[in-house]
Ligand binder design. Structure first.
Ligand SMILES: NC(=O)c1ccc[n+]([C@@H]2O[C@H](COP(=O)([O-])OP(=O)(O)OC[C@H]3O[C@@H](n4cnc5c(N)ncnc54)[C@H](OP(=O)(O)O)[C@@H]3O)[C@@H](O)[C@H]2O)c1
Length: 341
């Protein structure tokens, strides 16, 4: 059953996870949000495996430069570049993809790791609620614009990978119930009047649910002849800076620190869940799946329910509509590479 079960969570938190050792000397890997946390540790792992090329992103040029220095302190790699990417701006996503193409880079695996957690309502420069855009819409835009590049490098022997970093907290998302009756799901989720404090307290979980749905929708539209393996991963509860903006008072800080001391995986252990699906064989079995402890696991009951499937399909269509207004390549990529459902 796709539910958050405390005993299962505790068991998984203690599980030792596999260290990737695949030969990636001919692979080019892209890690989004690599300056700190899970993205940084995943990048160090990948750099130690000596890929053909490692491209990492951080939100600005200064962070990009520092990220390269930090990774090189832990792994000797010269085939590394960093490009700025701010998910709170569609323009930045488009600029990133254009620069990637101008530089003639290739990608065999894209780890869409960057994400944020807040319970405060704010808007991005594009007018979307920030968590909705950063964790979901911009991640979807990047994934779709990069899809032709993943397809280009994919082979039947070794499929390219799209790894979207989600969370087990998608099991707890509870604000989509009844969404099948909303005229526009994304507009409602964005609406200030709808986004009460109770809705915003679920926003991070919801953004992770939307990522799981996106992976299922995208993978179900990729023809079998297109060997790109797409998965949503759960890194587990890990030490990182993710909760920084929710630790608004000393009690919260103490509570989170205690929870982390008792339960959290090290950042390095958590990062293995990102690296494994990006480089290890077995990608076809992971295609379209939600992964926990590097293995496929059932998505939430809501995702698998009749309503969840219909909401998921509608969110996909609305997402493509929104993103195509940002960049008309989106619909072209969908028409060219995905089948209708
Ligand atoms: N840690 C956990 O327990 C846990 C559990 C489940 C899932 N996750 C997921 O794991 C992923 C990585 O999180 P983490 O735990 O490593 O947290 P983190 O230490 O806060 O790292 C998050 C990364 O995302 C970047 N980022 C945040 N907002 C961004 C934006 N608007 N545009 C571009 N990049 C942005 C951050 O850049 P800055 O440093 O510049 O902000 C940083 O590189 C996230 O998707 C998170 O939801 C984490």
């Amino acid at each position: 059953m796709g539910k958050f079960i405390v005993s299962e969570f505790l068991c998984e938190q203690r599980q030792e996870l596999p260290v990737a050792s695949a030969d990636i000397s001919e692979k080019s890997i892209l890690v989004v949000g690599a300056n700190v946390g899970l993205g940084f540790e995943a990048s160090v792992h990948l750099a130690q495996l000596r890929p053909k090329h490692l491209l990492v992103t951080a939100r600005d040029v200064a962070k990009c430069q520092q990220t390269i220095i930090d990774i090189q302190q832990r792994a000797s790699i010269s085939a590394i570049d960093a490009q700025p990417l701010e998910l709170g701006s569609f323009k930045s996503v488009v600029q990133f993809v254009n620069q990637f193409e101008e530089d003639g880079f290739q990608v065999n695996a894209l780890i869409a790791n960057a994400g944020m957690q807040t319970t405060r309502y704010s808007k991005t420069v594009d007018g979307w609620e920030t968590t909705l855009q950063v964790n979901y819409l911009s991640t979807a835009l990047l994934s779709i614009l990069m899809l032709p590049h993943l397809i280009e490098t994919s082979t039947p022997q070794s499929a390219s990978r799209l790894v979207i970093v989600s969370s087990e907290l998608h099991y707890l998302a509870n604000k989509l119930s009844g969404a099948g009756r909303w005229p526009s799901i994304l507009e409602k989720l964005d609406d200030l009047d709808y986004c009460t404090s109770s809705v915003m307290s679920d926003r991070y979980n919801l953004s992770k649910l939307l990522e799981v749905m996106f992976v299922r929708e995208l993978s179900s539209r990729l023809p079998a002849s297109t060997p790109v393996a797409v998965s949503a991963v759960n890194p587990g509860f890990c030490h990182s800076r993710l909760t920084r903006s929710t630790e608004t008072n000393p009690f919260m800080r103490l509570g989170v620190a205690t929870m982390k001391t008792l339960l959290a995986r090290t950042t390095e252990m958590g990062s293995r869940t990102l690296v494994h699906p990006a480089v290890e064989p077995g990608e076809i079995g992971r295609h379209g799946r939600y992964l926990s402890c590097c293995e496929p696991k059932e998505e939430s009951d809501y995702v698998l329910s009749t309503e969840g499937r219909e909401v998921s399909r509608r969110v996909w269509l609305e997402t493509i509509d929104v993103l195509n207004k940002v960049d008309s390549r989106v619909q072209r990529i969908v028409d060219e590479h995905l089948r209708a459902r």
